[in-house]
Design a protein around this ligand. Structure first.
Ligand SMILES: [Zn+2]
Length: 80
């Protein structure tokens, strides 16, 4: 494994791994996600140009499930 393709957002402290077909984001807890998930959960609140995940072209389309899901709304089959 090489760290060459890894960026860390200085604002959000989240690792973004460059990958073909879509970057992967490693959160401090939970499963890895996409830039859209990172933006929906973290970077939209950053409000600083230092955040490296503010480029909407790279973030792509943000879907409803990319946002934090309240526990009450979790479907049983989504829990593994
Ligand atoms: Zn960020």
């Amino acid at each position: 494994m090489t760290e060459a393709g890894v960026q860390v957002c200085p604002t959000c402290k989240v690792k973004i791994i460059k990958m073909i077909g879509g970057d992967r984001v490693l959160f401090s807890t939970g499963a890895p996600g996409t830039r859209a998930v990172l933006w929906a959960r973290v970077c939209q609140y950053a409000k600083t140009p230092a955040c490296i995940n503010q480029d909407r072209d790279r973030i792509g389309t943000i879907q409803a499930q990319d946002y934090y899901q309240p526990e009450a709304n979790k479907k049983p089959e989504a829990i593994e």
